[in-house]
Design a binder for this molecule. Sequence first.
Ligand SMILES: NC(=O)c1ccc[n+]([C@@H]2O[C@H](COP(=O)([O-])OP(=O)(O)OC[C@H]3O[C@@H](n4cnc5c(N)ncnc54)[C@H](OP(=O)(O)O)[C@@H]3O)[C@@H](O)[C@H]2O)c1
Length: 288
Amino acid sequence: MPKIGFIGAGPVGTAFAVNLAKRKYQIIGVFDVVPEAAQRFAADVPGCQVYKKAQALADAADILFITTPDDIIPKAAGAIKWRAGQSAVHCSGASTVHSLDAAREQGASVGAIHPCQTFAGREQAIANLPGSTFAIEAEEPMKTTLTGIARALDGDLVYLTSEDKALYHAAACIACNYFYTLVKIATDLWQNFGKTTEEATKAYIPLLQGSVNNIANIGFPGCLTGPIARGDVKTIQRHLAALAKCAPDILPLYKELGLQTIPIGIAKGTLSESKAEELRSLLQNKLK
Ligand SMILES: NC(=O)c1ccc[n+]([C@@H]2O[C@H](COP(=O)([O-])OP(=O)(O)OC[C@H]3O[C@@H](n4cnc5c(N)ncnc54)[C@H](OP(=O)(O)O)[C@@H]3O)[C@@H](O)[C@H]2O)c1
């Protein structure tokens, strides 16, 4: 069993280490510029030691995960003296394996394994990592090693090239980060009729859970409901009037999302081409 070390004791490193240790991987140590973070990490991972120097950990490890912020990965890799046969891994979705060029140039194998998951805190990260989809960018033998790790974590996997990474990560940002932004915009609108963000959030949680269930159980395009799926032109007109009055800055976003929703309604078969054309001209009108 290879000896695994972690440089960077944030939620992602911790989640990998805790879950891999439970699956009998050997996690030997951790180094972090914040000693308290390393100590907290080691306390959760049986057999894991806190290292005071990254190089000492690198010398002891066969596989070294660099789970620092993305911008630090090349610098952290460049600060280590690697040996042939050793492996360097990062978990960034947007950075490519070229962030680990310093390790590769010294004979190490390099790879990236990005969990397509959101980690807002330690405990939540530990709980959510298993069952995620893992995006792997690596050549053999790292590809096999990282595939084994993804499977051990009960995950699905996709293999990507360096060229794929930025678009892959932009898509994940749309699905996750900008989803939060949309929900925030929607909850803030409640203030216009005298309700709090908390009331709005409470109302939306079951709606959002139902929506996610519909995506999971019905999928696209069948999951789409609402006025565009039904071709309710007058309802969309009322939305536009209300937004123009109370939140005109939201109108361009509303219109653009509406336009992007029309093909889903058509694909579902509930939005006729003539109604779609009416909606298009309504939503394309003064897109600003
Ligand atoms: N968070 C997510 O939802 C998520 C999801 C998928 C993938 N990822 C990827 O996973 C990786 C880690 O993310 P994270 O959210 O766990 O990061 P993080 O919360 O920023 O934690 C990284 C840890 O590394 C420490 N660090 C910084 N520079 C260091 C160095 N030179 N040597 C050792 N430790 C250093 C940081 O200390 P300081 O606090 O002092 O900087 C921090 O304790 C990133 O590549 C990220 O893109 C994140």
